[in-house]
Structure formats: C-alpha cells, structure tokens
Design a protein around this ligand. Structure first.
Ligand SMILES: [Zn+2]
Length: 555
C-alpha cells in the first residue's frame, strides 16, 4: 500500500544515535560483511534524508511557525555532523573501490569520490553558518508584506498583476516588488556578502583556490566543468539572444509601444497570457484527465499523489515562495510544494514539478539512495521535458480555445529564459572569482553581464534593478550556488524532446518514461545520450531547436 503523507513520521535523529549506528556499520565492515553493511547504510541514509526533507518542508509550509523554525535550525546544525559520518564511511568504502563498485555500481563510486573532497570537519561551523544565512533569506522574502492597491500581498501574490494585460498595472506591480527589495537592500547585500565569504573560506580550508570548483563538486558534476559551461553560455549568446531580441521587437511593434520596458516582458501574449481554467480544485481535477491521456503510468502516479495528500499547492501568508518537489526515500514517495496565484505559472506546477515527482517515483527501484535523484541538470530534463510533452493535452488546463496561445507563450518564455539563466550563471562565476568584491562591485558585475546577455533590458523608472539589483530576487543565487545553469542545460535537452514529439509524440513519451526510470544511475551526458539527445556541450546543440522555434513562431 502506498504511504500517505500523514503517516510519514520519521524519528528525530541525534548526533550520538547516528554515531552509534555508524559505529555498527564500521564493525560490520571490520568483519568483512560488506554487502550487508552497504544495505544497512542505505537504509540509514534513506531514514535520515526522509526526516531532513520533512523538516525542511514543514518550515517552507509555514515559515512563521516557531516549532518548524526550531526543527529546521536543529536539522541545519545536525547536517554537518551527519555529513562527517557519511564522508567517513565513503572514504572507507573508496579504499576498496572495485569490490564496492561491483555492489553499488561504478557511478556511485564516482559520486562519492567527488563528495569526500567537499568536506572536512574543519568546515562544520561554516556549513552551519551557510545554512543559517540561506534560511534567513528565505524567511525575509516569505515575510514580504507589500501594499498594493489597497491589498497586502506577498511576492507570489503580486504575480498576476505583473503580467496583467494593463500596462500601468504591470508597471505598478514591478514598482511595488522592487520597493520591497530596495527597503531590504542592506540586509540583502549583507546576507550575500556573508555567503560569499563563508563559501570562499570553506573552499580555502579544503585546499581549493576559490569556491567555484567546490560548488561544482557539491553539485556532483563528475562529467563536465566550468570550461564546458562557458562554451554553452557562448552558444546561448550566439543562437538564442538574437532570436529573443527579434521576438521582443515583434511584440513591441504589435502593441505599438515606443519602447519595450522591463514590465512589458512578462506579457507575452498580446491578448493577455492565457490563465488556467480555474482555481486549485478545478486544476487538480483536470490534471488527472491530462495525465491519464498522456501515459497510463503518469495517470496512476498522479492519482496516488492526490490520494496520499502529497500535494500542497495553495498560496498562504507565511508560506515560502516558489515551487519544488522533495521526496521521502524511506517511504518511497515524492511531495510537491507550490503557491498557486491564478496565472499560467500554476499550470507549470503540474507539468514541471510533476516531472520531477514522476521521475523520483519511476526510479524507486534503483538499488541505492544515490540513484533516486540524478544530478540536478539531469533532474531538470525530466521536469522541463514534461512541460513540452503535455502540449497536446494542455487545453485541459487552460481551455481548448487558448491552447495554441499557451503553447506559443510557453515556448517564447522558455527561449527568453535561456539568456537570463546563463546570465545568472556567469554572474556567479564572476562573484566567486572575486571574493573580496564589495556589494557595489557585485551590482556592477551584474549590470555588465545583463548588457551582454539581455541587451534589450530597459528598467525605465525602476530604480533598484536599474542600479544592478535584479539578481537579489533570485533565491538560487543565495541558497543554491551554481545550480541555475542546470535549468538552461536541461532546457536545451527538453527542447530536443519537443522537436521529437512534434514528429512522433508517443515515441517521445516512451523515451521520456524510460529516461525517468534510469534516475540518477549515470552522469548527465550519459543519461542525455541514452535518450538519443545531443549534449548541450556539443557544438550545435541549440542550432536545431532554435531553427525549429523560429519557424514555429514565425520570427
Ligand atoms: Zn525543477
């Protein structure tokens, strides 16, 4: 029977209990009982990950609940201790690589080789500080109470106004949004400055020149490095930036605007971005029909998520922003978190987060916990590809009359995302290469890169982003360094799925389901090739999709 969310109640671990269990594992290894020790260790990690995921989810569900906050602080303090024990076990196992690889697979061994270089007991206090700073940023943004036309909104609640068909409304929503960031500028600068310093210090303690190689290793990137990523950014600049510039110019002309301002970029469809057919309950029901039609395995899985209470999709005061998918590996189920606000972004939850969740579920039979999730650039292929694969049935969520407009809007939005995404990545490379830069320097770095990748950006009278502050609204820059490029790498792959699905939708869907089941059993480029896709690091990876997109959009 599938577990229900309400029944997931893992015991709270503590340092001594964990140390005892690890001591028992080492004793088993001393006796030469390697297979049993590995199985027990896998169980232990699943239990720990389940507890940690649940604590972080509870905090996100209500950042104002003192008990949830306290539990998160406890988990953040315990995490470095658990990592130390885990790294100790990995080091020991790596001493006998061949025998261990025969049990857990060669890829797990490669991941652990990377993991053990990212930790030393000397960085434990820094890890805890980093987690605290990240939690404070989440709390600060979640607590936004923004006055807007007689209402008090949080950042997510401003979303519908920021893409309103009415130009003045869009402008005012952006004005209100950036006022919040301007009011909190000092703390936003201070938090990021502290994060850069603590990350740089950890890298130096671990014997690395700066944070960048550590950032890559923490993301378990075992098959590519910063030079590959730089080549990919150059491809985006060469192929995608000109296409996006043409699309924006076409939109400006259709609307008859003298200039396309920043607040105009979110209104992609001249008739108004297609909105979902209804609120939470209607969407949850309609998505069932959509997934049933797309693939029987998807339909069954989604029904299980609904029945098990594994969805939390409504926007509430105090709830952390954004959407994500997490999982409880000892129970074997994922969980989807989101903040519905009545815009097309709600549709994305069913197509994007469900892609993550479905992959995690399809991978549940993978032999060890390292393979339940792939590295994040691969995980985002599962989520972003499902956004494209649902195109034929998307009328169920936005209405048949708006389906074609939705697809066009989504495609344009994704293309426009690529320059922004690589800009966020390039910025982080610049930031961690210059750890002594001042907050003002960083704002200038952002401005320079923004001009390179998004030369069309015109902030008008929005003073805060005009002085280089836009990046502070991007949680990944604070909480998940170097993660952001993963969306753009995955999008390059997802758009290849889109091109294939236009020729043969059912074959594309079967390839997708098979890729999901492979989970994290191989590194990024191996997974990509196993699905017959071109690696984003290969020359010309974007050429075909950009040609196809230009033809479809008529630009
Ligand atoms: Zn995602």
């Amino acid at each position: 029977m599938t577990p229900r969310f309400a029944d997931i109640a893992p015991a709270t671990p503590d340092r001594d209990g964990l140390a005892q269990r690890y001591a028992a594992l080492h004793a088993r290894l001393d006796r030469g009982d390697r297979t049993a020790a590995l199985a027990d260790w896998d169980t232990l990690r699943r239990e720990y990950d389940t507890w940690s995921a649940l604590v972080h989810l509870r905090f996100a569900q209500d950042t104002t609940d003192p008990a949830a906050k306290q539990a998160r602080d406890y988990a953040d303090a315990l995490a470095p201790e658990a990592t130390e024990l885990e790294v100790g076990m990995k080091r020991r196992l790596l001493a006998d690589q061949t025998a261990v690889a025969a049990i857990v697979g060669a890829h797990a061994v490669r991941l652990w080789e990377s993991d053990v270089t990212t930790f030393d007991p000397a960085i434990k206090p820094d890890l805890e500080e980093e987690a605290k700073l990240g939690a404070r940023y989440t709390e600060l943004l979640a607590g936004a109470k923004i006055p807007f036309r007689g209402e008090t909104l949080n950042l997510s609640g401003l979303g519908p106004y920021a893409e309103s068909p009415d130009r003045a409304t869009r402008h005012d929503a952006e004005q209100a949004r950036w006022s919040f960031f301007a009011e909190n500028a000092a703390e936003l600068d201070q938090l990021f400055d502290a994060l850069v310093r603590v990350r740089h210090r950890m890298a130096r303690t671990l014997g690395l020149p700066d944070y960048t190689p550590l950032g890559y290793r923490r993301l378990r990137r075992v098959d590519y490095g910063p030079a590959d990523v730089a080549r990919y950014r150059a491809q985006v600049q060469a192929h995608v930036v000109p296409l996006v510039a043409r699309e924006l110019e076409a939109r400006r002309a259709i609307h008859g605007w003298d200039r396309l301002r920043f607040w105009d970029e979110a209104l992609i469809d001249p008739a108004g971005n297609p909105a979902p057919i209804g609120g939470h309950d209607e969407l949850v029901a309609a998505a069932q029909t959509m997934f049933d039609r797309l693939h029987p395995a998807l339909g069954r899985f989604y029904a299980m998520m609904r029945d098990g209470g594994l969805l939390d999709l409504k926007n509430r005061p105090g709830k952390a922003g954004g959407g994500f998918c997490t999982s409880f590996p000892s129970a074997g189920v994922p969980f989807i978190f989101a903040n519905f606000n009545g815009t097309q972004a709600d549709v994305g939850v069913f197509t994007h987060e469900m892609g993550h969740a479905f992959q995690n579920w399809e991978s549940r039979h993978q032999p060890n916990v390292d393979y339940l999730w792939p590295t994040m650039e691969s995980a985002e292929i599962h989520s972003m590809s499902l956004e494209f694969l649902t195109y034929p049935e998307i009328g169920l969520l936005v209405g048949d009359a708006a389906a074609e407009r939705f697809r066009r809007m989504h495609l344009i939005g994704d293309l426009a995302f690529l320059p922004y995404g690589v800009c966020v990545d390039h910025f982080q490379h610049a930031v961690y290469a210059a750890p002594d830069a001042t907050p003002a320097d960083r704002h200038r770095m952002w401005q320079t890169l923004e001009r390179q990748y998004m030369p069309w950006t015109d902030y008008g009278d929005l003073a805060y982003p005009a002085m280089g502050g836009r990046w502070q609204a991007k949680p990944h820059i604070y909480g998940s360094p170097f993660y952001y490029i993963d969306y753009t790498l995955a999008l390059c792959c997802a758009m290849q799925f889109w091109v294939r699905a236009r020729r043969d939708p059912s074959a594309a869907m079967e390839t997708y389901v098979a890729l999901c089941a492979r989970g994290g059993s191989a590194p990024f480029q191996d997974l990509v090739r196993s699905a017959g896709l071109v690696s984003p690091f290969a020359d010309g990876a974007l050429a075909d999709v950009v040609t196809e997109a230009a033809a479809v959009l008529g630009i």
